[in-house]
Design a protein around this ligand. Structure first.
Ligand SMILES: Nc1nc2c(c(=O)[nH]1)N[C@H]1C(S)=C(S)[C@@H](COP(=O)(O)OP(=O)(O)OC[C@H]3O[C@@H](n4cnc5c(=O)[nH]c(N)nc54)[C@H](O)[C@@H]3O)O[C@H]1N2
Ligand SMILES: Nc1nc2c(c(=O)[nH]1)N[C@H]1C(S)=C(S)[C@@H](COP(=O)(O)OP(=O)(O)OC[C@H]3O[C@@H](n4cnc5c(=O)[nH]c(N)nc54)[C@H](O)[C@@H]3O)O[C@H]1N2
Ligand SMILES: [Mo]
Length: 761
């Protein structure tokens, strides 16, 4: 880290020249400027590749530069000229590499050859591909399939993901956790109960006709920057955007489009949020109750005075269930408890409700600020209630819009990556491939962690990701991870889940999505599903960083061939030779979702998945959309009496990272440069707790008797509600107890972790 630490409030907009400069610095730093700039011209275009960064929708008529600052960084990160070969491991033992930072490990560049751990020298040593497959197959066949876990991180294509779940199921397990288990699983559990579908109901075109947007707990400027374009266009039409976020996030305040020359030259900015509500971390249930209460009160008043109704009573009567109970609960709940729970005034909530009351087609956007809570499922259902009150599901310009994370995380679910048997087409797989699929549910992420601690998980296979850094309870989990009998990592770059490893450990390096994937039938296309349920083809365009790499699909097929008995219906080799045949297999498995898959691969703007709720068909047990609400507003219902000195810690992403991949140390919008070891605090808390002169602080979890600590955090005074603080993920993951997850969905509750702070002694 060459640059010095610099902390100073940032007053520029999101986007703008800061964004252009940041891209330039990063692309040059990775040493492959030509490859990268050529690639960027084809990013998110038909005939080009789907960005490997976030899952935000790809438009039908893309801009010349249909990428953002962080998408460009992700491209440069993948196409870097830096590479790791065997000489790197000749120089460094794994015990040494365990002390390297996340940044330093990935900064070594791309993995280029298959490697196997050698205990005698404590190093990864090269191994031939076929040898690696054979040894891993033998290991997997030596254990009970129920003791093996097949994790997927959310980037691999639909084609690879489909083969991965098929491999796991023929082998004999539904242990198919994915990154979604740490992310939008709260959505996938909440929405089917509320509206009968596990995904959002908004398509990109709805942003063109909406007249109101709610924005809950999503940091668009850093984590889905391309979405700033439709938001900016909506604002130019006068659409109000009301934001609920404890932090004042720059991307939610103002934006200058770095791809619009006039805006760049004149410094024109668009105000994004028209009302910004700094809700307390974990205060959304209360805030949402307050909004619904105020809205219902407006409707009651309108009914009394004979004015026009505020709620959509026709929709409620025809399409919903449970309205009376919900409205009764809202009327009964007192404003005091709501104000206390939300950390917002009644006046602010009433103002927001009045603006919403005037709208005719509203969208509610949300991210990790709602899902990663103990009440993650209830949060999402309360947001759905707010939309149902005004008939905002299944109407043009309206709907619920969860912003997904990884570029194909939603698609992996669509093609069967799930531990839940009711979501997998087991009978169809049985029919197509003539095998008996396992019928009991598998392990989700938290279950897999518990299994590792208990010793019932013996093998861990990862299709991408950095599981060990992404999960909670880092301390106990690292100990458990080392006890695995087998760890297999299909990856592009070295990370901590590799240098800490099982007794037998293999690193299988793969092509990235931007690298040309040549198989027997020629260069292959792959496909992904975006956050608004559209499928896109993706064609790579640069030569692989090393000829020794295999595609993810070829690796999965290679492992499967080496592990499973031959089956004439399962043609791993034919599928590897021609991915169009995998798409045919996907279509045969899901004929309603993928009709004409190959023919429609290059549809501009993607082709949509059928979403019943968009058509106001409710595939719920009541046959209607359901108002579902919790009894309590409490964020941590089963916690001991709260410690008055405890703060609610939010763990979040900087503008210079993609999850556990740390690109650099510049969180421009939050004014922090040169370090990630900071904790953002309200000035009043800093004074009250006596930290005005603290050098660094140690944070300790205040949730149960176990000791969980992280040290060395510098305090930064920040615009954040009293009683809350924020610091970066994954540095703070040691603080999250494994049990501290959302009840219905088991998503680790990474926002609102109770912590106490003490000055370094
Ligand atoms: N550049 C970049 N892009 C990414 C990623 C990345 O790391 N870097 N990660 C990808 C992935 S996998 C995902 S899931 C998404 C994540 O994208 P986000 O959903 O934006 O995730 P976070 O950065 O965790 O930030 C969540 C936001 O919620 C707010 N928040 C925290 N607690 C609360 C709360 O209690 N209530 C409310 N209302 N708000 C709260 C935080 O202040 C923050 O602004 O982004 C994806 N895109
Ligand atoms: N405290 C806290 N914890 C969190 C979160 C939080 O907000 N707070 N967020 C959670 C969320 S939303 C998520 S999604 C998870 C993320 O968890 P993961 O998806 O497991 O983690 P990533 O950091 O995205 O994985 C990075 C690694 O993926 C590999 N990789 C990159 N590209 C490719 C590729 O194309 N193919 C393959 N095979 N490998 C590749 C590289 O080796 C890289 O090191 O973390 C969760 N953990
Ligand atoms: Mo995510």
């Amino acid at each position: 880290m060459a640059r010095e630490t610099h902390i100073e409030a940032y007053d520029g907009p999101a986007g703008g020249w800061g964004s252009a400069k940041s891209v330039g610095r990063y692309v040059l730093g990775e040493g492959a400027p030509l490859r990268t700039t050529a690639a960027l011209a084809k990013q998110n275009k038909v005939g080009g590749f789907a960005c490997v960064s976030c899952a935000w929708s790809k438009p039908r008529d893309p801009n010349t530069f249909e990428f953002c600052e962080n998408g460009a960084k992700a491209t440069a990160w993948e196409l870097t000229s830096k590479a790791i070969d065997a000489s790197f491991f000749a120089r460094h033992t794994l015990r040494e590499l365990e002390h390297w930072s996340d940044f330093a490990l990935e900064d070594q560049g791309r993995l280029t050859e298959p490697l196997k751990y050698d205990a005698a020298s404590d190093r990864y040593l090269p191994i031939a591909w076929e040898q690696a497959f054979a040894e891993i197959g033998a290991e997997l066949n030596a254990i009970d399939p129920k003791a093996a876990v097949f994790y997927a991180s959310g980037r691999a294509s639909l084609e690879t993901s489909y083969l991965y779940q098929l491999f796991a199921r023929i082998y004999g397990t539904n242990n198919l956790p994915d990154s979604s288990n740490m992310c939008h699983e709260s959505t996938s559990v909440a929405l089917p109960e509320s509206i009968g579908v596990p995904v959002g109901t908004v398509f990109l075109e709805d942003f063109e006709t909406t007249d109101f947007i709610f924005f809950f707990g999503q940091n668009v400027g850093s984590n889905a920057p391309r979405m700033l374009h439709p938001l900016q266009e909506a604002r130019k039409r006068g659409v109000p955007i009301i934001t609920f976020n404890p932090l004042r996030e720059r991307g939610l305040e103002r934006f200058t489009n770095p791809q619009a020359p006039t805006e760049m030259l004149t410094g024109a900015e668009t105000t994004i949020s028209t009302q910004y509500c700094q809700v307390k971390a974990g205060g959304d249930l209360a805030a949402l109750f307050g909004l619904a209460k105020a809205l219902i009160a407006l409707d009651d008043a309108a009914a009394e005075s004979g004015g026009p109704a505020v709620l959509d009573h026709g929709f409620i009567a025809e399409h919903t269930h449970g309205f009376e109970a919900f409205a009764g609960a809202c009327r009964a709940r007192g404003w005091d408890a709501i104000e206390r729970g939300a950390g917002l005034s009644r006046a602010a909530l009433e103002q927001a409700a009045e603006t919403y009351a005037r709208s005719t087609a509203a969208i509610a956007v949300y991210g990790m600020g709602l899902t990663q809570h103990r009440t993650g499922v209830e949060n999402v259902q309360m947001l759905a209630n707010l939309l149902l009150l005004k008939g905002n599901i299944g109407r043009p310009g309206a709907g619920i819009c969860p912003v997904r994370g990884h570029s194909n995380v939603q698609g992996q679910r669509t093609v069967g990556i799930t531990e839940k048997t009711k979501l997998a087409p087991l009978d169809r797989l049985k029919e197509l491939y003539d095998f008996e699929p396992p019928r009991e549910d598998g392990m989700a992420t938290v279950d897999a962690c518990e299994g590792m601690v208990a010793g019932t998980v013996e093998a861990f296979v990862a299709l991408g990701g950095n599981f060990l850094r992404a999960i909670p309870e880092t301390g106990a989990m690292e100990t458990a991870w080392r006890k695995l009998r087998l760890s297999v990592q299909i990856a592009t770059k070295l990370n901590r889940s590799h240098v800490v490893h099982g007794r037998a450990a293999y690193l299988l390096p793969c092509l990235g999505r931007i690298e040309i994937d040549r198989q027997a039938s020629g260069p292959q296309a792959v496909s992904v599903e975006d956050s608004s349920s559209h499928f896109h083809g993706s064609r790579a365009l640069v030569d692989p960083v090393a000829a020794t790499l295999k595609s993810e699909l070829a690796i999965v097929a290679g492992l499967a061939r080496a592990t499973l008995l031959p089956n004439p219906k399962v043609d791993w080799e034919g599928w590897t030779a021609d991915y169009a045949k995998v798409r045919d297999a996907i279509e045969a498995t899901y004929p309603k979702v993928f009709p004409g898959f190959n023919a429609r691969l290059d549809t501009p703007g993607g082709f949509p998945k059928p979403i019943a709720a968009r058509e106001r068909e409710w595939t719920t047990p009541t046959g209607k959309a359901n108002f579902i609400f919790p009894e309590s507003l409490d964020e941590n219902p089963d916690m001991p009496a709260p410690n008055p000195d405890a703060l609610r810690l939010i763990t979040l992403r900087s503008n210079d990272q993609f999850n556990t991949t740390i690109y650099g140390f510049d969180d421009r919008f939050r004014g922090v440069d040169g370090t990630r070891m900071v904790v953002f605090m309200n000035a009043a808390d800093i004074a009250r707790l006596g930290f005005a002169d603290a050098g660094t602080v140690t944070m300790t979890t205040a949730a149960d008797d176990a000791l969980r600590e992280v040290a060395g955090f510098r305090i930064v005074a920040y615009d954040i509600p009293e009683g809350c603080c924020a610091a970066y993920y994954p540095e703070c993951n040691p603080l999250i107890p494994l049990w501290h997850h959302a009840k219905g969905s088991k998503v680790p509750a990474a926002k609102a972790i109770p912590v106490t702070l003490r000055a370094a002694g």
